[in-house]
Design a protein around this ligand. Sequence first.
Ligand code: PHE
Ligand code: ZN
Length: 853
Amino acid sequence: MTEQKTVYLADYQPYTHLVDSVDLTFRLAPSATRVSARLSLRPNPERPGRNDLRLDGEGLTLVSCAVDGKAVTPTVEPDALTLAAKDLPDGPFTLETEVEIAPEANTALEGLYMSKGMYCTQCEAEGFRKITYYPDRPDVMSRFKVRIESDLPILLSNGNPTAQGPGFAEWDDPWPKPAYLFALVAGDLRAHSAKFTTASERPVDLNIWVRPGDEDRCAYAMDSLIRSMRWDEQVYGREYDLDVFNIVAVDDFNMGAMENKGLNIFNSRYVLASPETATDDDYYRIEAIIAHEYFHNWTGNRITCRDWFQLCLKEGLTVFRDHQFSGDMRSAAVRRIEDVVTLRSRQFREDDGPLAHPVRPESFIEINNFYTATVYEKGAEVIGMLKSLVGDGAYKRALDLYFDRHDGDAATIEDWLKVFEDTTDRDLSQFKLWYSQAGTPRLKVDEAWDDGVYTLTFAQANPPTPGQPEKQPKVIPIKVALLNPNGDEVVPTIMLEMTREKQSFRFEGLAAKPVPSILRGFSAPVVLDRKPAPGERAFLLAHDTDPFNKWEAGRALAKEVMSEIALKGTPVRSDWLDALAAVTFDDTLDPAFRALCLRLPGEDDIAQTIHAMGRIPDPAKIHAARREMAGALAIRLGDGLSRLYKDLDDNAPFSPSASQAGRRALKVAALQLLTRRDGGKLAASAFARARSMTEEIGALAALLEVHQGQAELTSFAARWGRDANVMDKWYALQITTAEPGDAAALADRLIQTPGFDWKNPNRFRTVIGALAANHAAFHHRSGAGYRLVADWLLKLDPLNPQTAARVSTAFETWPRYDASRRKRAKKELERMLAAPDLSGDLREMVERMLAAG
Ligand code: PHE
Ligand code: ZN
């Protein structure tokens, strides 16, 4: 293991050399793959003087090394190969190296590894150094040519295919790229193919490569890819730039997917779909992730990051683009609500705890630990705010300028903001605080009504976060509208631009005191602190014309009710029940929207809310409160619920469309509530009759929630036992629905089943991750949840540190809870820290989490 060093943004220096081209030859063998690399190098004029050449490399066995054809003996350390300046020509030269690696032994799934007989690579962020000696940093961009030698039938790499024959294939990527975008795949694969013609008539061959037998589950991914390509042409004016675009699905993958140039590699769960095996949520995710990786071709690949501190340059922008795309493909209102739900449950949670960091961090130890909700989701929100502030027209012009000015560059956030400044003449220095200050701002709102003048006063508080005790006020775009008491909009949406700590905005000429609809569309990632007048939330839920704020009113009311029950043991409030009933049975509303309103806030969300009130959340009480609310709702909705269910239970042939998905979501929500009353009769028959995985898993969840469904679990496993992606649902669902006190023991039992292949990241996450995500179970007072998760993190860490470190974020909320829980959680964190040979990845996470208390 290499020594842990902190890297600082402020220390950036260009690389000593330029790599004009690189030729790679792979002779594939599971335990002894040979990689030959020929690099055309020359000194970088930006680094004057004569410099040593230091190449990154980890876990490589050096076979040979030559400069301009002459063998040399470099200095080899565990993480680098160095040639002294005095041994190098003072101009262009060629470096040839050959190394041996063992993909079969690579369990970390970073670099070149094997998954079920197939070779596959993952190089972002710093995985290329496990393949060959190379300047493994994103600002070194080069032209790659690749030759693969292997008996496997399908041999793929980046760019365009140039030659192939028995036992070999050659690829040439004409676009200079950083090493993290390199990819290689070899295996017995089948293609689902299609053709695409770009706006300027370039024909492109599209292939989705999967294992034999999976070809018939690729249609939706292909359709999503084609729609993404068209959308990027129409909305951003960006065309694809190679003759082929390949996507490969692999079962063992640490993340969702990877945007390697011309050869995207995907976790198979985000490619494969059929109505029987994929839920509507799976369909949505496939569409979104296919789009995300495709969009990276321009935002990430053509314009890449100068260094890893700039990660949000590509990720925030690409997430923003995929959100826009999903909004255009589906209901924009529903998508916005879902995106905000995710933002709050993952990013607000992160921003509120020991792992909080700026969208652009200023230092890191292990870059893999910074692929976070903050960089991705908050990074996207920051771009949404920028677009609101400058307007749609200027946003478009700024992006055109960005692509013109920086195509082929490794760019920075400064470059990004500069195109907006140059387009609009705005000074964005205050806006830039969104990139440098961590923490979720809290926005307090006060209102005054005085003789026809209505005043809204906002005060922003920027809470301290690790390493950032003091903060300056940020620019906050606040979209506001005013409604009059009968529900009409008297002031349509306007954007207030808050720049100071405290600021008032006046509205004149109003006949009556209005009801404000604040932060429409969730125009900034802040927590709104407002004590509304009694009945105001129900009023907005009924009347707000902004779909986000309409939903938000119901959400805020539900959160308030749930926190009150958990804190004070009050009964379920009837104003909430009545308001929700009105929405549920309002046929003029989109079923997907109604289903969203019926989804109760998550328990972790409520813990976050209670913590923000300065109180200590009790997971058991929150769990009981949520259950009580569901029960009361089932009763309040009465017979209407059965009628609603029957209306939605139609025989339309399956389509993954957003509108059908919305109907299914509402139907499943109704079924789950009905099941609380009928003991499971309807759900059992719904399970038996299910014609889609959404219905099948929805019915099974309904049964498990009322402690039924054992027979159904057995039949589900018998039917899907050979399909890993479907069985992941079977594992996860049992753990998510288990009683808090039983979940750890249940997880332990599932771990004993032969299907628990813990080295597979998906399976690890569906069992260990699901336990960590079951709030009441993970934080059970016995400490059994903490213990089991820590045991398994310690077990996985030596094999796959990246995934272990990511799952460890389950512990990030530990400082929120009572002394006894804190003590137990801390003990587990300390136990992990004490483990011999803990990986750098997990060590950094545990140390940061422990620093909180
Ligand atoms: N860059 C990938 C994405 O956005 C994520 C990723 C990071 C995948 C690191 C693998 C490793 O979508
Ligand atoms: Zn991405």
